[in-house]
Design a protein around this ligand. Structure first.
Ligand SMILES: [Fe+2]
Length: 321
């Protein structure tokens, strides 16, 4: 596959102006203060989700974790398959018709969005629990197979549920939509751009092309800082979120909206990178416990058990052949 196209530029706002997100004990303090996500809201009627909204496959630029400096022995593997995709895209997962509907749905959902602290400045967590369109989209077998084939491993909605679909809203009028340097608790993260570079200035998706233990912090002058090529409306970017430091520069003009979908490989459940306090820092302790139990409860058949726990279809290695 071709290598993911990148540049070292970062738009009008700089990635080096961003701070690094809090870690360690500061996460515990944040968990104690966190508000749970909105679970219900009065929202206008939505268009229905249709399986035909999933775009047909194309050759997608891809960079491996080895190219980021990870050793072969550090990669997850199952029956000869290796979990080695670091970043893939830009890629269109939805047709133009599907993208139009999703953009309208996410626009309507903004009324339920909440201000956030160190990550996106305004966002809606658990969007699939409020939106039937998004809920059906991320549990559509065709959608999940497209995502699974891109990464090369079986993927389903994350059993933690609350972080699996998040809409981020940023504009140049105070709610800037910038995201400080961080790595995700989630391993398999897909960001769908619902705005394009013609809609806003700044808002550049930036990442460190190296191992997380080599991340130098938000300093200037390191040639390993890159800007992902995802400026087109509908462009979707896959990121191995837990193994790559990334950030979004502030939006200085216009409006930027993205939908971030976090998927899960049932076969690698025991190596899931989430920690309880990372999750609780976002959603509070009480809201985190049920999802944590769904993730950690013992399984007999990973694909079937986690399919049930995520209220989605069963996707197996055999589906990827
Ligand atoms: Fe992230």
């Amino acid at each position: 596959m071709p290598t993911a196209p990148t540049s070292t530029g970062s738009g009008r706002s700089s990635a080096h102006d961003l701070r690094q997100a809090p870690d360690g004990f500061r996460k515990v303090l944040k968990a104690l203060r966190a508000r749970p996500p909105v679970r219900s809201a009065r929202l206008p009627a939505e268009p229905p989700w249709r399986s035909r909204f999933v775009a047909s496959g194309t050759d997608v630029p891809r960079t491996s974790l080895q190219e980021f400096g990870y050793r072969t022995g550090e990669l997850r593997r199952h029956e000869g398959r290796v979990d080695d995709t670091a970043i893939a895209g830009p890629w269109r997962v939805l047709t133009d018709e599907g993208l139009e509907c999703l953009t309208a749905v996410c626009g309507q959902l903004e009324g339920a969005a909440q201000d956030a602290g160190f990550t996106a400045t305004r966002r809606l967590r658990a969007a699939d629990l409020l939106s039937p369109f998004i809920g059906n989209m991320i549990r559509d077998r065709g959608f999940l197979l497209a995502c699974s084939r891109l990464v090369g491993i079986p993927l389903i909605p994350h059993p933690l549920r609350l972080p699996t679909a998040q809409v981020n809203y940023g504009d140049g009028r105070g709610r800037q939509g910038g995201v400080h340097w961080h790595r995700d608790g989630m391993d398999y993260v897909f960001t769908i751009q619902l705005s394009g570079y013609e809609d806003y200035d700044g808002g550049r998706f930036t990442y460190f092309r190296g191992r997380t233990d080599e991340f130098p912090g938000p300093v200037s002058g390191d040639s390993r800082f890159r800007t992902a090529d995802c400026g087109e409306r509908g462009a979707t970017l896959f990121l191995h979120g837990s193994r790559i430091f990334h950030a979004v520069t502030p939006v200085t003009k216009g409006r930027r909206v993205t939908l971030v979908i976090s998927l899960f490989c049932p076969y690698f459940a025991r190596q899931d990178s989430n920690t309880f306090w990372h999750l609780a820092a976002d959603d509070g302790i009480a809201a985190t416990v049920p999802g944590w139990l769904r993730l950690k409860w013992p399984v007999r058949n990973p694909a079937v058990d986690f399919g049930l726990r995520s209220a989605g279809p069963v996707i197996t290695w055999g589906d990827l052949r």
